[in-house]
Design a binder for this molecule. Structure first.
Ligand SMILES: *[C@@H]1O[C@H](CO)[C@@H](O)[C@H](O)[C@H]1NC(C)=O
Ligand SMILES: *[C@@H]1O[C@H](CO)[C@@H](O)[C@H](O)[C@H]1NC(C)=O
Ligand SMILES: *[C@@H]1O[C@H](CO)[C@@H](O)[C@H](O)[C@H]1NC(C)=O
Ligand SMILES: *[C@@H]1O[C@H](CO)[C@@H](O)[C@H](O)[C@H]1NC(C)=O
Ligand SMILES: *[C@@H]1O[C@H](CO)[C@@H](O)[C@H](O)[C@H]1NC(C)=O
Length: 346
């Protein structure tokens, strides 16, 4: 079937206010709260709520607790967010070794107060939420059943090598807003054969880490101090779709020619760097953010090496505001190459 592509083109020349755009980091603030439930079942911890119609859950959030309350057998989903819990004892989870979800966000946990084997005995744990605590190291070892690990907004500067080893189903890892340097994470994610989502934004990386699994789809490095991309670095990823590198120290000299020509990529954020040229990108890319760089030239060959019936750029949204580029710098032939562009901000 032959489908005609109708060029739909609109140059938005707007004095765009760049800091206004923000990401949705998918921080799960929307888990149900203690306060939403009626009477509790009798064997629940007295300060918590175990809803009759959801007997495997215990809600102990927002209670200013300093310790984890007693946990009756049968609980699989434990909500302890927004308290002042400082530690986890050896026997804390002795009744519930088949816990599936453990929510500990927004507490005062530090590594020194978490007993070594605290998590490893939870032989069915799938999700651990331990963001917004006082950790300086990633907790572990974690059970092999883990799928989601949320450990953002701590002070993590260290990931013990092999601490994540063998977590074959670990899919999502949030480590943004910590104090990680590349040396502390190199190799840490090796062999995680299900890893799809890795957020390392807001850390102290000056280089890209080595040994990331090729399965990753979402890779976030924004707000670090990364100055260069090793040759072929992203070509090692076989499914990379969303890549964020905004607010780093990237200059043209640190970006090899095809660094961002990654065939699977859909979205690339390079805003708030010091690039002077638009880097070459793949044909299938749909969103390209280059605002607040030092770009002086609009070079179509960054998008299209060749133009043909099927060879053209799929870019829809392109941000170039906050650069040294005006409408006069946009070449006439842009429509042949950027056929899908619905807005370009200058
Ligand atoms: C285990 O369950 C029993 C019975 O519900 C309870 O008395 C005890 O405190 C629980 N232990 C812990 C560590 O939560
Ligand atoms: C966090 O840990 C530091 C020491 O590492 C300690 O001084 C501070 O009081 C802790 N803060 C909380 C909220 O527990
Ligand atoms: C990983 O997930 C698969 C599919 O859900 C499951 O069969 C397997 O047991 C899991 N592995 C571990 C170590 O839990
Ligand atoms: C990106 O790489 C592909 C495959 O190597 C190549 O055909 C294409 O011309 C490159 N695109 C740009 C804009 O350099
Ligand atoms: C912006 O570009 C113009 C013309 O290309 C040049 O004269 C000017 O110096 C540039 N400004 C900066 C800040 O680079």
């Amino acid at each position: 079937m032959h489908r005609q592509i109708i060029p739909f083109f609109l140059l938005l020349i707007c004095g765009s206010v760049y800091p206004q755009y923000d990401y949705d980091y998918g921080v799960p603030d929307d888990y149900p709260s203690n306060l939403q439930f009626g009477p509790s079942s009798p064997n629940c911890a007295p300060e918590c709520n175990c809803p009759y119609n959801y007997p495997s859950a215990m809600y102990c959030d927002n209670l200013k607790l300093k310790q984890i309350p007693m946990i009756p057998p049968g609980i699989q989903y434990l909500y302890l967010q927004n308290n002042m819990i400082e530690g986890i004892a050896d026997d804390t989870f002795q009744n519930v070794t088949n816990l599936k979800w453990l929510i500990l966000d927004h507490n005062h946990l530090s590594n020194a107060n978490i007993k070594k084997g605290a998590f490893s005995k939870l032989k069915e744990l799938q999700r651990l939420y331990i963001s917004f605590n006082n950790l300086t190291e990633l907790v572990g070892p974690l059970p092999k059943t883990m799928t989601d690990l949320y450990a953002s907004n701590n002070k993590i500067s260290k990931i013990t090598p092999n601490i994540l080893e063998g977590l074959e189903n670990l899919t999502v890892v949030h480590l943004q807003h910590n104090a990680l340097k590349e040396d502390s994470i190199s190799g840490a994610f090796k062999g995680l054969k299900s890893l799809m989502y890795l957020d390392l934004s807001y850390n102290q990386l000056t280089k890209l880490p080595i040994g990331l699994p090729p399965t990753i789809n979402f890779l976030y490095f924004d707000n670090n101090k990364i100055g260069n991309i090793p040759d072929e670095y992203f070509q090692g990823f076989k499914a990379l779709q969303y890549l964020r590198l905004s607010h780093n120290d990237l200059k043209d000299a640190g970006v090899p020619g095809n660094a961002f020509n990654i065939s699977t990529l859909i979205e690339l954020d390079l805003s708030f760097n010091s690039l002077e040229k638009i880097p070459a990108v793949n044909e299938g890319l749909e969103n390209l953010y280059l605002h607040v760089n030092k770009i002086k030239k609009f070079d179509l060959s960054s998008f299209c090496k060749v133009v043909g019936p099927l060879e053209y750029s799929r870019v829809r949204h392109l941000r170039l505001d906050g650069n040294n580029i005006t409408r006069a710098d946009i070449p006439q032939e842009i429509h042949n190459c950027l056929r899908m562009a619905s807005d370009i901000e200058l």
